[in-house]
Design a protein. Sequence first.
Length: 457
Amino acid sequence: MSKTEVTLDKLSSLAKRRGFIYQGSEVYGGLSGTWDYGPLGLKLKKNIENLWWRTFVDERHDMYGVDAAILMNQKVWQASGHMETFTDPLVECGNCKARFREDHLNSEVCPVCGKADSMGESRQFNMMFETTIGPVNPRTTFVEKSKSSSGEVEQKISFKELPTSLVYLRPETAQGIFTNYKNVVDSFYPDLPFGIAQIGKAFRNEISPRDFVFRSREFNQMEIEYFIREDNWEAEFATWQSDIKDFLIKQLGLDSDKLHEEDVVGDELAHYSKKTIDFNFDFPHGSDELLGLAYRTNFDLKNIQDNSGKSMEYRVKGSDDSFIPHVIEPSFGLERALMAVLTSAYREDEVEGKTRTYLALPEHLAPIRYAVSPLLKNKPELVDKAREVYKLLHDKHPGRVMWDDSGNIGKRYRRQDEIGTPECVVIDFETIEDDGKVTVRNRDTTRQKRTLPEKLD
């Protein structure tokens, strides 16, 4: 069965139809750059997240996990350089006032109103979301009431400025790892090299979020800061590069033909990086960054030391050798990984003269492992036996077995194909009258076999 060219329309339509991904706040008209994950989308996200954590944290002996706060002292972002450099070039159409990232425009024609040569001068736009902590918002207008000499109530309007209350929703999870580096060293004193991993929310006020869940304003990152000696960075970098590629192809099941590695050079290289490899993937909208692998030197820890006055040096056990470790950073976007998995899994073929759509998801990632159905839902004897089989399988795969008795058996198969369920289990009259075997139908081949339910993994 041949692979299919996938479009954003096909992918987003299936995602909504089958309960993977919905537009955020859709009932109120939506909110640009936000997405809600339905029951199956949440399961798929969790499966990817858990696989990543098991592969890069639990199965290793040199990793420590943290879960840092989303709100951090504003000094964190001053020291990291985000206050000055975390910007995108913004342009505004003089005709319709729509705003765009300058580097995302393909021509001088406004994509909204169609007017040519209407873009104004480019300016830098900081993408961090601002908010405040405490009971006072510095942008809130306060009404103060008092009595005048005549006894009447007067209202005075004033603005309260509390700059120390200004905080940001974190634009990356990395700084939560760096600020906890010393805590982990003090608590565990691990040998070098070692890593600290975190999975969590990050927020970026994108000028023009687009391409389904690829570029959004709220997303999840899966990041590791791997602390090393400077003189060994090239070997460590190469090892991580190889391990990441294996994970993407062998674990996530991504199409290797759609995966490309790009050495980032020149002005594209981040201010903190000495070397970066972007793993690009052929998404429906084109080839774009899936994840990055960066050698950040000791930029972050040195900045923390300089700005906080706290030593970030690591002292080698049993010696006087101390230094600020350098860092290799693999940085994954969970939603981008999910989108790549869906893109790689999307298929269309022809069955009995009709086009069939299905997701050829790896078995360990599929939200649903088995769908269990009685052949006829109005036959109590079939339903009762199907319930027994459902319980048997659900006990083996908690949360990954679906009961499905809606519509005829053909419609159930098509629905489960689009969900990506590897196998459908059907209880028919032969099951209860003959040998107790059930029909198991394979998603990818549509072939059927009969087996005892106890033999299903």
